[in-house]
Design a protein around this ligand. Structure first.
Ligand code: ZN
Ligand code: ZN
Ligand code: FE
Length: 760
């Protein structure tokens, strides 16, 4: 029996080779009909024997092109029309196209083969791409996704490229960035002053510079990298000093998985994480024998490793004799990544010895994404290039909302229907460049998604730039969201949860509803509201933000909190090393509540312990003291744990760390190794959190626990707590698709706003 069916496919299905794929699928089954781009995606009509049509529909999502992402398929019966062939219909002019833009992904195996094939017309061409790979998000100015609206607009395709572009059976059919040596972008080498150097092979020249230990600024997909030979300690040290980045680890690009295995322990999951088309930086355990310069990731047991993703990267490794390149974002510490050639020449002046640039403009900044494997599953630490703007899929429809995120590691989020679109990593909104990036990102996302929300969700912290920006918007409905509530809602949304949960929101800083600085919070929450079921006892942060940069202040604060001035006479190295006059000033500030805001922050507790045991009195980057405290834990399994008191105050449990500090001081006096102290401290937290979850379950009958907040980037804490909670009969939910830290905050803000607005 002959049938005809219409299939509407929504999602990322335009500009990714979807129509040619449908065409081939239909030809293989000798089906008639047509395929065309539609406002929502692609519309297909197929006609033929019922069995073959059914089989076509079944197979459609199974082997869809790598860059496509189907969000919805709708099939309906239509009358047969007696077609005998299958055709790709041109997009009707003037038709409003509303579809999703795909992210930037790594060069595909076909293009890589052609790149290195001396007989191919694109042999060694650094901008080779096809519908299965190449730049997307970062070259898009506006929608529809068509060449004139991308940074490929100035390049006119030659006849050969045009023929590929027009041929439905060609891999480059409607590949908007299609180009070749004749018609496309070209690479140039610039000297340290930004003057063009006349050389025949700029890439070979740059590779030679890298081999000689120079720092080379390399224009990538979402911005410039600063590159240096990772095996050469002098080159790495030079880069560190120029970038004014004291100890924060650098990421390293390696040519192949084999090269990665020289430097890191590789599990199957790690290999897979390295190889995915998004090509994130993957944090992997360093091999002790690693030849990577110590300065790449000092005092860190992990190394951020990634594989080449642009043809240009591959050519650099082809030309140069290096096994690993530091590839760090082209900026001074904490500024946004540079994208424009001239901008790079100015901003990276003094940082780079030369510039490898090209004339395909980057229109959107997009930093590298970072993932980490926990129990062999990748978790996002920074969700950016390769993943943006693929939406996070939600359980239920939500109104159109803009959520502007927090202050550090900022991302913004736009919602529509069942989709939440998170922006690329915008970073720390504390300098002018970042403000601009923040505004650009909002504007661009709204434009390409055609969403213009009238509801804006923001963090309650009055000092955050994102908050001030939100409050300055006109004719919008504003919803203020508590920071830790947003963390828990983000975790709920990612896991498609509804109703009430027990939420552990542990991080460094978040503004509380009592105007204190929260950060060690146990909430009973749903999307609308929360009850603060438990929190760490408040301690002063002498000097405010300075206490974040100088963990020794938190150690003094904790000691004074628990033991008043008694600790000054103790014979432990931390106390003996204190500068007496500085300590006296600090104690005065604490005792008189001068510039000493109160905090229940879990991050500050980690800082205090890290300083107390002698790991770190001052930090050079966010969370450094906590990270190094975690790194101290040795391999051997121990269940010894410091105890913590839980005090009931009204409807809330106060987490009192006095017994932990008492035991820790005793251990320090007995010269117990720091590795054991760190482990006992971590274990004590785990046991306390399990006990709290049990107490709350007894009261509320809730047995679902959400874990979110930057502290859960601590793998030891996360895996232990998860295991112990599961063992106690809880259902545990964590974040993987989004960062547990503030990078995932905007999603939670959006969901809370959606429910508050709906309810009012
Ligand atoms: Zn390709
Ligand atoms: Zn061409
Ligand atoms: Fe946070």
């Amino acid at each position: 029996m002959e049938v005809r069916r219409q299939i509407d496919v929504a999602g990322i299905v335009q500009g990714v080779g979807f129509r040619p794929y449908v065409y081939r699928l239909a030809l293989e089954r000798r089906l008639a009909g047509n395929v065309a781009n539609s406002p929502a995606g692609v519309t297909i009509e197929v006609e033929g024997p019922a069995e073959a049509v059914d089989e076509f529909v079944l197979n459609l999502p199974l082997s869809a092109p790598p860059l496509s992402c189907i969000t919805h398929i709708q099939v309906r019966e239509v009358p047969c029309s007696g077609d005998h062939e299958f055709r790709i219909l041109a997009t009707r002019r003037g038709e409003q196209i509303h579809t999703l833009i795909s992210p930037d992904v790594a060069i595909c195996p076909d293009c890589l083969r052609e790149l290195l094939d001396p007989h191919d017309r694109r042999y060694l061409y650094p901008f080779i791409n096809c519908t299965n790979c190449g730049p997307r998000f970062t070259i898009v100015r506006d929608i529809p996704y068509d060449r004139p609206y991308t940074s490929m607009a100035p390049f006119r395709m030659c006849a050969t490229c045009q023929a590929e572009y027009d041929d439905p059976l060609n891999r480059r059919f409607h590949a908007q960035p299609n180009a070749c040596w004749q018609c496309g972008p070209q690479v140039e080498l610039w000297d340290r002053k930004g003057q063009k150097v006349p050389v025949t092979d700029p890439i070979a020249e740059a590779a030679e510079g890298l081999e000689a230990g120079l720092v080379v600024a390399v224009k990538g997909l979402g911005g410039f990298h600063l590159a240096a030979d990772a095996i050469n300690p002098a080159a790495v040290a030079r880069l560190r000093q120029r970038k004014r980045r004291v100890e924060k680890p650098f990421a390293v690009m390696v040519p192949t998985v084999d090269a990665a295995a020289d430097f890191c322990e590789l599990s199957d999951a790690a290999v897979e994480a390295l190889r995915i088309v998004q090509r994130p930086i993957v944090l992997l355990p360093k091999k002790p024998s690693s030849r990577i310069a110590e300065q790449v990731a000092p005092r860190n047991r992990y190394l951020g490793v990634f594989l080449p993703y642009t043809p240009l990267h591959h050519l650099l490794f082809e030309q140069g004799g290096f096994r690993a390149l530091v590839m760090t974002s082209g900026n001074l510490s904490e500024e946004p990544i540079a994208i424009d050639n001239q901008e790079a020449a100015v901003r990276l002046k003094g940082l780079a010895d030369c510039f490898l640039v090209h004339d395909r403009a980057i229109l959107r900044r997009c930093d590298d994404s970072v993932v980490r494997l926990v129990d062999e599953k990748p978790r996002q630490l920074r969700r950016s290039r390769g993943f943006v703007p693929v939406p996070v899929f939600l359980k239920d429809d939500v109104p159109e909302i803009l959520a502007v995120g927090g202050e550090l590691k900022n991302t913004v989020c736009l919602t529509q229907h069942k989709h939440a679109f998170l922006s690329q990593h915008i970073g720390d909104l504390e300098n002018l460049e970042s403000y601009r990036f923040f505004e650009e990102a909002i504007d661009h996302l709204q434009r390409i998604l055609e969403i213009k929300p009238h509801i804006i969700a923001y963090d309650l912290h009055p000092g955050y730039f994102s908050t001030k920006w939100a409050l300055a918007q006109k004719e919008v409905e504003l919803v203020g969201v508590q920071h830790h509530h947003a963390h828990i809602a983000s975790c709920m949304a990612e896991n498609h949860l509804d109703g009430k949960v027990i939420g552990f929101a542990l991080d460094g800083t978040g503004y509380g509803t009592d105007c204190h600085i929260w950060g060690g919070e146990v909430l009973v929450a749903d999307y609308r509201d929360f009850h603060r079921a438990a929190h760490f006892d408040y301690v002063p942060m002498p000097g405010g933000d300075q206490a974040i940069r100088e963990p020794w202040r938190m150690a003094v604060s904790y000691l004074a909190h628990h033991f008043q001035r008694d600790f000054l006479h103790w014979k432990i190295p931390f106390v003996q090393s204190l500068d007496l006059s500085n300590t006296e000033i600090l104690l005065h500030m604490i005792e008189r509540s001068v510039n000493s805001p109160l905090t229940s922050s879990c991050g500050r507790l980690f800082d205090a312990v890290s300083a107390l045991v002698g790991i770190r009195g001052e930090v050079n980057y966010e969370a450094q003291a906590a990270i190094e405290l975690e790194m101290e834990i040795g391999e051997e399994e121990s269940h010894e744990a410091y105890s913590i008191d839980l005090l009931r105050r009204d409807e809330t449990w106060i987490i009192d760390t006095k017994p932990t500090f008492e035991a820790m001081i005793a251990d320090l006096q007995n010269n117990v190794p720091v590795s054991s102290i760190s482990q006992r401290f971590h274990n004590g937290l785990v046991e306390t959190f399990v006990k709290l979850a049990q107490l709350i379950r007894a009261n509320t009958v809730l047995d679902r626990v959400c874990l979110s907040g930057g502290t859960f980037h601590n793998v030891y804490l996360l895996t232990r707590l998860q295991r112990r909670l599961k063992g106690s009969g809880f259902h545990v939910f964590t974040q993987a698709e989004l960062p547990a830290g503030d990078g995932g905050l905007s999603l939670g803000q959006a969901l809370i706003a959606a429910h508050r607005v709906r309810a009012s």
